[in-house]
Structure formats: C-alpha cells, structure tokens
Design a binder for this molecule. Structure first.
Ligand SMILES: [Mg+2]
Length: 181
C-alpha cells in the first residue's frame, strides 16, 4: 500500500514537472480582462464618478486607477488564473482603461500577472504571443479574442456591477465560466 502511494506521488510530481516544463518552453500565456472579470471594480469607478473630475479625463482615470483598495477579487475567475499560473502559464491582464496613474495598480498585481496592459485594442496584444485563452465579461472581449484567433471564455458579470452594457453571454457560442459572477 505504502509503495503504491509513493509511486502515485512520484507520478503526480513527474506529470506536474513535465507540464510546467512544457509550458515554459513554449511560453504559453493566458489573458484576462480586469474590470468585472478578475475584479469587481464598481467601487473604484464610483470613486471616480464622485471625485468631481470630468468623466474619462486624465484626472478621472487617476482616481479610478488609484482606488484599487476598494475593489474586490472575483473568486472563481481569480482561482482560475491562479491554477493557470501554477501550471506555468504567464498570466496577462489587459484592460481598456486609460493608464493614467496606473503604475501602482500594475505593481499591486505583479505577484499574479507577468504583464498588465492598459490597451483599448486587446486583440493587438493577443496577436503578439501564444495565448491559450482570453477571459472577459464584455461582448467586446469575446469579439477581440475571436479576431486574434484566441479561444474566448466568458466570465459572468456581477448583477451588482454599475456597468450593464455589451453583455450577451453565449452570443458567440463561447464557453461560459460557471459561477463566475
Ligand atoms: Mg470587463
């Protein structure tokens, strides 16, 4: 019995090692949108809205990007990202936010994300490297993944989010991550 257990243990370690080595050699990445995908960020956007700054101005984005202490992690999408990371994939975050004052936010997520991009045209980034999937809540996330030839996976948006536009899960026959709202 003990021997069997030992063999199983060794086999698991080997499979894990081979998977990690394989992934590292081929340098595979997995992409995640930020707002309403990895993070419930409505509180940060509310902070921007009540700041008195012109909406979507440089100063507005500074407030939003620096309010990450108000944001909440979404459990299922974050766990999914961590599993990919443990398997050796590079986690890449791509947000359509403007990057003003976003250095601290990038720094805050350094432990998880090898890259953190402020980029409106997400497909540009997805085309640049080998991505196995892109997770996002908005229709545009799914469209941009398809455009880049990357498998899209829909993350459900929280009903508590202030943003309810561009949201038709399953419209592109994409996979939907269960319990991800
Ligand atoms: Mg989003």
């Amino acid at each position: 019995m003990k021997k069997k257990l030992k063999i199983t243990f060794v086999a698991v370690i080997c499979i894990y090692g081979v998977t990690v080595a394989g992934v590292n050699i081929t340098d595979l990445k997995v992409g995640f949108d930020y707002d309403d995908t990895l993070i419930f960020s409505t509180p940060a956007f509310r902070a921007g809205a009540v700041s008195g700054q012109e909406p979507y101005s440089e100063e507005y984005w500074r407030v939003v990007n620096q309010s990450f202490n108000l944001e909440k992690v979404k459990l299922v999408p974050m766990t999914t990202a961590l599993i990919y990371k443990a398997l050796g994939f590079d986690v890449v975050v791509i947000t359509a936010r403007q990057g003003y004052g976003g250095e601290e936010l990038q720094e805050h997520w350094k432990w998880l994300a090898k890259e953190f991009h402020f980029e409106r045209n997400k497909s540009e980034i997805l085309k640049r490297a080998r991505f196995v999937a892109f997770f996002g809540d908005s229709d545009s996330d799914i469209e941009e993944a398809i455009e880049a030839g990357v498998r899209p996976i829909r993350v459900k948006r929280s009903k508590k989010s202030d943003y309810q536009g561009k949201y038709h899960p399953g419209q592109y026959k994409e996979c939907i991550l269960p319990f991800s709202d």
